[in-house]
Design a protein. Structure first.
Ligand code: NAG
Ligand code: NAG
Length: 490
């Protein structure tokens, strides 16, 4: 009775208030996306309290601790990388179509993404030629007077500003693939893996004892200021994408772990602070197989770094590395900042690289990349990724297609808001080769609880979730689907 009255009142307020008033959630709901796309954030039968009616279906039990003893990490958000490929292809849309797409991506109309990564200068997902924000014709520019965002940097900052205007919770991570060529020992952005290092004196062959370390730090200061002048607030940076990956085909630069720690502690951190910028610096931005790298950065630059960024490309990806890292660094915050979404990937690949990190203390997850054209580009002809399909494909006829990976990510982002607390749980299990059930749950700022369940079995499964607060919820999880339950506040 009370809940009926509250619902009626809430409904009335929502009607008369007109905007931004959320109805109190008093009934459970369920949404699904599946392998063949017949469910795409589709509302399905909601779970019921108690054991429900599994009939002859196979059953599965999950538990979540929704009391304070089960509280784990706080969520910042979910999203994807805004690359030059994304900005270039988005900007081929009409302004009406682009506004519609950005509303789908950045508001509760659709995925409600609130965490994006963007590329500082060229990455492998940029059209030719590769560039940075201070190329200066290759000539040394210690005064940084040649600094400029250029057309592509300006267009990217403007795109991020548009996103921010739609999503007030938006947090932006900027990552550099290569600094200007003149700051490097090999003098090139890409094309050579020989001496593919910063000219910072670290290898003993640079100019002076510290080479261009100060200019390298100023490069980040100037970039953040230039973006902010265009309305794009930069919340965090990584100073080198994939520091252990040196390749000739696209912009890269090798960086040693102690080198990264020293650069942040003695140059980048102090430069940001003296410019009055509160942009954070995150460590690493690479795979889970070398956790000693971020550990050494945290140890060396503890004054400035408390967050680690991880990628998914280790040959045998193991997200429990993040739990081990949390156990040895209780105050650390962690993110999964990059994993690709090729068209050839498993239907649940994007869900899988979201749920694994979430189960292991990640505060957010970002796919690579948000958008591409219908050829998975544009990308550098010298070796950029040609199978990195975006979450959204921009078609040549001026329309866009939300790909399966978009729906997989939205099953999380739409229902686990900024500020949600991930809850400890048990019962997730994948049989090698034969599918399984994986799940993650959150307690949301409005008191509702979200449970995301990934079913990789080729049959429906009837799932029962028991909570430490003393409830039981049961419902059907269709074959090859990701299902999100939203449960009312206790
Ligand atoms: C799913 O993630 C697990 C690690 O959590 C990994 O071992 C497995 O290969 C992944 N599968 C796919 C299809 O991405
Ligand atoms: C999480 O739940 C598991 C299984 O119930 C339990 O063994 C573990 O101690 C719990 N961890 C925390 C941090 O509460």
């Amino acid at each position: 009775m009370l809940s009926t009255i509250l619902a009626a009142l809430a409904g009335h307020v929502a009607l008369t208030g007109g905007h931004a008033i959320h109805k109190r959630v008093t009934t459970p709901a369920a949404y699904a996306s599946n392998s063949d796309g017949s469910y795409a954030l589709t509302s399905i039968t909601a779970p019921v309290q108690g054991a429900g009616s599994p009939g002859s279906e196979s059953t599965w039990k999950l538990t979540i601790d929704d009391t304070s003893s089960g509280y784990k990490q706080t969520i910042t958000g979910f999203g994807a990388a805004v690359t030059d490929a994304t900005v270039t292809s988005f900007n081929t849309l009409s302004s009406t179509e682009l506004n519609q797409l950005l509303n789908v991506l950045m508001t509760s109309t659709g995925a409600d993404f609130s965490l994006v990564r963007h590329t500082i200068g060229a990455s492998d997902l940029s059209g030719d030629p590769a560039y940075t924000y201070d190329d200066n014709g290759g000539a040394v520019d210690t005064s940084m007077s040649g600094f400029n965002l250029g057309d592509r940097g300006t267009a990217m900052a403007e795109m991020l500003a548009k996103m921010k205007s739609l999503q007030s919770d938006l947090k932006v991570l900027g990552s550099s693939w290569s600094p200007p060529a003149w700051m490097k020992l090999n003098g090139v952005i890409d094309g050579s893996t020989t001496n593919n290092n910063l000219n910072d004196g670290y290898l003993g062959s640079g100019v002076g004892s510290a080479g261009y370390s100060s200019e390298f730090a100023q490069y980040f200061v100037k970039y953040i200021q230039a973006y902010e002048a265009l309305g794009a607030n930069i919340n965090a940076i990584t100073i080198q994408n994939e520091p252990l990956n040196s390749q000739a085909g696209y912009p890269t630069m090798y960086m040693f772990d102690y080198e990264q720690g020293d650069l942040i502690q003695s140059y980048v951190g102090p430069a940001l602070a003296s410019a009055g910028l509160d942009t954070a610096v995150w460590a690493y931005d690479h795979n889970t197989d070398v956790p000693s790298f971020p550990q050494n950065v945290l140890n060396t630059a503890s004054q400035y770094v408390d967050t680690v960024a991880w990628h998914c490309y280790a040959s045998s990806v193991d997200w429990s590395v993040l739990t081990d890292f949390k156990n040895s660094n209780p105050d650390v915050t962690q993110y999964m900042t990059e994993c690709w979404t090729p068209a050839s990937g498993e239907w649940y690949q994007a869900s899988n690289f979201t749920i694994g990190p979430l189960q292991n203390w990640a505060s957010g997850v970002m796919a690579w990349t948000l958008g591409t054209d219908s050829s998975d580009g544009p990308h550098l002809s010298s070796g950029g990724c040609d199978t990195c399909q975006g979450l959204v494909t921009i078609n040549s006829d001026g329309t866009y297609t939300l790909e399966l990976a978009y729906y997989m990510m939205a099953q999380y982002s739409k229902f686990i808001p900024t500020g949600a607390i991930i809850l400890n749980g048990s019962g997730s299990y994948t049989y090698s080769g034969t599918g399984g059930i994986e799940s993650v749950a959150s307690l949301n700022p409005d008191g509702t609880r979200t449970v995301v369940i990934q079913n990789t079995f080729s049959n429906d499964v009837y799932v029962t979730v028991s909570t430490s607060s003393g409830q039981e919820w049961s419902g059907n999880v269709p074959t090859e689907s990701v299902v999100t339950w939203v449960l009312p506040a206790v």
